[in-house]
Design a protein around this ligand. Sequence first.
Ligand SMILES: Cc1cc2nc3c(=O)[nH]c(=O)nc-3n(C[C@H](O)[C@H](O)[C@H](O)COP(=O)(O)OP(=O)(O)OC[C@H]3O[C@@H](n4cnc5c(N)ncnc54)[C@H](O)[C@@H]3O)c2cc1C
Length: 382
Amino acid sequence: MSITWFENLVGKENVSDEIVDREVYSTDASQIKGKCDKVVWATEVKHLHQIVLYAKRNKLDLIPRGAGTNLVGSCVPDNSVVIDFSKMNKIIALTSNYVVVEPGVILDDLNSVLRDKFFPIQPEDSSTCTIGGMIGINSSGFYEKKYGRMKDWVLEVEMIDGNGRLKTYDSKVVGKEGILGLITNIKLKITDKIDERSMNVFKYDKLNDVLSKVNELKSNQEVIAIEFINLDAAKLAGLEERYYLIVEYHGFEGGVRDLNEMGRLWHIRKKIFHKLASNSYVYLEDPLIPQENLAEFLYYLETKNIPCYGPIGINVLYPCFSNREEIKELYDTILRLRGVIGSRQGIGLLKKNYLNEVMKEELRNLKEQMDPMHIMNKGKVI
Ligand SMILES: Cc1cc2nc3c(=O)[nH]c(=O)nc-3n(C[C@H](O)[C@H](O)[C@H](O)COP(=O)(O)OP(=O)(O)OC[C@H]3O[C@@H](n4cnc5c(N)ncnc54)[C@H](O)[C@@H]3O)c2cc1C
């Protein structure tokens, strides 16, 4: 399709079909490669509205994209027009209870202007990921035990659906991975920053000891995050080869109160995936395992030497792989242990065969109402 229509609408500086751009936007953090027809940098809602109507008339596929850090192929194009939201990054309103933002605002940038307030959903990639993308995935973060997930903090989402209607929704459109429409504006709750925090690191040589400690910590209301690192992950991250629990407390019970030291501990945790990825473990899974089968799952990873870390306090773990072929056996194990495949970081292309039928049906119904022409993020999730 010709680029001229887009250039006339958004200006030459906000659209490209240059080979370099098409190459960059042909994938996301999943590393699955698709084919990008052109990239449009969103700047104005009225342009997006025109683009949706044009896509309807011409049966184009539109892919909304924040920072492209999702790991499941949720932004991988299929001869599509990728709509990059990074230029729509204004904080429109800020009160003591809520903020109104454009979708391209980066999470750390938002928190840096909140001063004594705080947006508490803190994914590992908070320095890169955008609020629009976090809504798309229904992101979670280190503090899920206390604060839940993205959908718990969304007050309103303004979106242009696949019919071309600009409407305001509640949290029902959270977690839909761009298959219903283009999100243009978001109103989020915020909360008070927690000043009284402390942390501790527990190191163990036996998995049984880890599990007993996790059980004890889970029932402690002051504990807001329990992060685990297994032996293989510790070794690859250059740590002493032991099991680690990094624990954060609301209050001073936990031990370390020094903000610099706490920053150092979180830094270790935040860098684990980067360390694993630099050792070729670039594929991250995110199963949720029922409490009664957690021990069996951890022993399984152990026997297979699969590096793993993650928020064990909510029964979610992140086993990492260097080869996608090896993941099939993991999925069989998760299903045998009655766990959930793809529990936290989206479904996209990679996990759609594992989404349960009830959720698929619900999404198909929404899709039929809001994007009957199937012009939004073709082939993802359902
Ligand atoms: C190192 C690393 C660590 C991670 N850690 C976590 C973690 O701790 N917790 C977690 O939940 N996830 C995590 N993720 C996964 C992912 O990065 C996050 O979920 C993140 O929120 C995605 O943000 P993004 O801006 O990159 O979104 P993108 O990847 O660009 O998009 C995600 C989805 O949202 C849709 N979308 C984006 N913008 C819009 C819009 N304006 N309108 C409609 N739909 C839109 C896209 O189409 C896509 O379906 C991690 C990823 C990496 C690479």
